[in-house]
Write a protein that binds this ligand. Structure first.
Ligand code: WTA
Length: 666
């Protein structure tokens, strides 16, 4: 593999140089600093307290049914146990205790449907809904430790289902609603889920779109572990029905009792599995457990977003199907008693000002979004946000991919009217919670940099041999000490957990990202150094898409690369060799490949989901390979990004790249 990996130092050399000469700095205003949740002393406090810093947070942020006896057990590293012996219930902490504290009337969820329908759900109401769902799930035979697949659009029932699972100790596995039936089935099988919660459908760009047919298809062979399908009625489109298996939410959950006592679960009891793409074709089921995850999501949500739950309206524009939706729509905010906004649809329906209309309408004060969305809105023009009153905004967050300084500046200037702190937060599905980020009110912000590990987190940039790099140099991002919200493993595959994250550098967690320290020691993220792509902030693996392509009858071989894209960060570009007669036919001069290309793109959409559809499919007659038969994606990336092709000396056949570039010119 060594030949294929580009050293992070080389990643986007020119762009990086520009970044590092980015001299602008934005200190917090005195007023913001004076009222901020985070104080500068937090760093020193964490440093001197060691893991006890987290013990303090755990007791401060959560209500434990039984206090823990040991903060961290790292004796079986890299398998961690945090807050050993403690018992805590996630749903009780996110809901009941706020009601008990007299905040039952506070709005928990402001739901805005794409067609414009709204639902305001208070903490008291959400608590009742979750109790009903917990009772209903139990009556369907779901118990502690059982897995529940949640395949829902962005509607409140997604949050209700997650918390109902957490309440009864069932393990949720949320599958992004944009994934195909195949992807859903693979995830159901891997987790051996008993129940799937879905909806008839949702609304997408002004039209009803369906979801249940994908579930029906996923379960069509009748051989899965699923016993029941619970269906929320959202768009009232007709659905097929399997008697005995399928149940309507409104017949089941809505009719269940509202009494349900939450009992504490062991601190290390599994909370959820979330599948994410790795460097192989098979997605990894990232496992998170209870006590540590809740502690760090609550702590980071409060300090990184400067949350004042009595007055803030917080909106995270991610989908619940990704980790951002788990940690910063459901767990972090609700643990802190925040009022959240949840929006079902696309940002340009019915018009391109929809996001800003929502900010104005709900007086959103904290917004958390992905750079790809920010760049898109930047492209749509300043006059659109200018039409709305955005003065309620006071903190802006970014997540999912590196944010280029230009987009950062636009976000702060145009959306934050030049006064709001912008926090660029680095973390991963695996880390569970934010790890590297400025702290509003404390950090002098630099556009485009995540800057510093949060208090209690020990992140570093190291070279090939695992030595810390000096300021001004690049290397690999690692985490040197265990952290509370860290993944506890890969579902059903402990060896893969060790190999993937803990074998590259002795005793350190390898994140798979390249990073650089600037002259001040601040950290800049540079993107992945492995075969994981980042498309609009979504993780996809090159291998996964290659496998999808070769499962098409016409394809002999394929290679996929992530090419730079101005809006989506990266875009999927696929190089494909066809089988038999087609191989010649479609690589001949003047051949019309449009039909086969469209067919292949749709095929990938069906296999994985529309987000995985290649932007470009290039039909070629050869692929560049090393003597040991490995595809050199680096060279294909050069082609995909219209660059001069780099060093070809390690190719088995050095003429291949010429054939490809010549072929593409035709
Ligand atoms: C990338 C999303 C630069 C990174 C929370 C990481 C980022 C992967 C940032 C995880 C950021 C996330 N700056 N890169 N602020 N945030 N990434 O698991 O490559 O979907 O490894 O988690 O996204 O993606 P995941």
């Amino acid at each position: 593999m060594a030949e294929e990996k580009s050293a992070p130092q080389q990643a986007d050399g020119e762009a990086l140089e520009n970044l590092l000469h980015e001299g602008r700095q934005f200190p917090p205003s005195d007023q913001f600093a004076a009222n901020a949740v985070a104080k500068p002393s937090l760093y020193a406090e964490a440093e001197s307290a060691g893991t006890e810093f987290w013990a303090r947070q755990a007791r401060e942020m959560l209500t434990w049914e039984k206090d823990f006896e040991q903060t961290l057990d790292w004796s079986e590293a890299p398998f961690a146990k945090w807050f050993v012996g403690g018992k805590v219930n996630a749903a009780y902490n996110a809901l009941d205790r706020h009601v008990e504290a007299g905040n039952g009337d506070r709005v928990a969820i402001n739901f805005e449907g794409e067609p414009g329908d709204v639902r305001q759900i208070t903490y008291a109401e959400l608590t009742d809904l979750v109790k009903q769902a917990a009772n209903a799930f139990e009556s369907l035979g779901v118990g502690k430790g059982d897995r529940v697949a949640i395949y829902l659009p962005m509607i409140p029932e997604a949050v209700v289902s997650m918390l109902a699972c957490a309440r009864i100790g069932a393990v949720h596995s949320v599958v992004f609603g944009g994934f195909s039936s195949d992807a859903l089935r693979n995830r159901i099988d891997d987790a051996e889920a008993k129940l799937v919660v879905t909806a008839d459908g949702t609304y997408r760009r002004g039209n009803p779109s369906s979801l249940k047919p994908a579930v029906d298809e996923a379960l069509s062979d009748g051989k899965s572990t699923i016993e029941h399908v619970l269906v929320v009625q959202r768009n009232e489109e007709p659905v097929d029905w399997t008697e005995g298996r399928d149940l309507w939410w409104h017949d089941t959950v809505a009719k269940a009792g509202k009494d349900h006592t939450a009992v504490g679960h062991d601190s290390e009891h599994p909370l959820y599995i979330l599948y994410t793409s790795g460097t192989t074709g098979k997605p990894k089921g990232i496992l998170h457990t209870t006590g540590g995850y809740l502690t760090q999501t609550a702590f980071t949500h409060k300090t990184v977003f400067d949350l004042k739950p009595e007055q803030d309206v917080y909106w995270c524009a991610a989908d619940i199907g990704w980790v951002t939706g788990h940690s910063y729509i459901t767990y972090g905010p609700l643990l802190n008693g925040a009022s959240v906004v949840m929006y079902e649809g696309t940002p340009d329906t019915p018009h391109r000002g929809r996001w800003w209309e929502i900010v104005e309408k709900y007086k959103v004060s904290i917004l958390y979004a992905a750079p790809t969305a920010i760049r898109t809105m930047m492209k749509w023009g300043d006059d659109i946000p200018a039409k709305y009153d955005l003065s309620s905004l006071r903190v802006l967050g970014s997540v999912g991919e590196p944010i280029n300084p230009e987009a950062w500046m636009w976000y702060r200037k145009v959306i934050g009217s030049g006064r709001t702190p912008v926090v660029d937060t680095w973390w991963q599905t695996e880390t569970g919670a934010i790890m590297i980020s400025p702290l509003p009110g404390v950090t002098e912000a630099k556009p485009g940099a995540a800057q510093a590990a949060l208090p209690g987190i020990n992140a570093d940039v190291v070279d090939e041999s695992g030595q810390s790099v000096p300021n001004g140099s690049g290397g690999y991002l690692v985490i040197r000490e265990p952290w509370p919200a860290m993944l506890r493993g890969i579902w059903g595959d402990p060896q893969r957990y060790k190999d993937t994250y803990w074998s590259r550098f002795e005793g350190m967690y390898f994140a798979g990202d390249g990073a650089k320290r600037d002259e001040d020691g601040d950290i800049w993220l540079l993107g992945r150094v492995d075969d994981v792509m980042n498309i609009s902030g979504h993780r996809l693996s090159t291998t996964e898409i290659e496998s999808a392509l070769v499962s098409h009858a016409a394809v002999a071989e394929s290679a996929v690369v992530g090419a730079n894209d101005e809006t989506t960060g990266q875009a999927v570009v696929a190089f494909v060799i066809l089988r038999g007669e087609d191989a010649k036919k479609f690589t001949a001069e003047g051949a019309d490949t449009s039909e086969i290309v469209a067919d292949l793109r749709n095929h990938v959409g069906r296999e994985i989901g529309p987000i995985a559809k290649p932007r470009q499919v290039l039909i070629v007659s050869e692929l560049p390979k090393t003597r040991s038969g490995k595809i050199m994606r680096r060279l294909l990336k050069d082609v995909a990004e219209n660059r001069e092709v780099g060093d070809v000396s390690t190719l088995a056949d050095t003429s291949v790249m010429n054939q490809i570039t010549e072929g593409l010119k035709k």
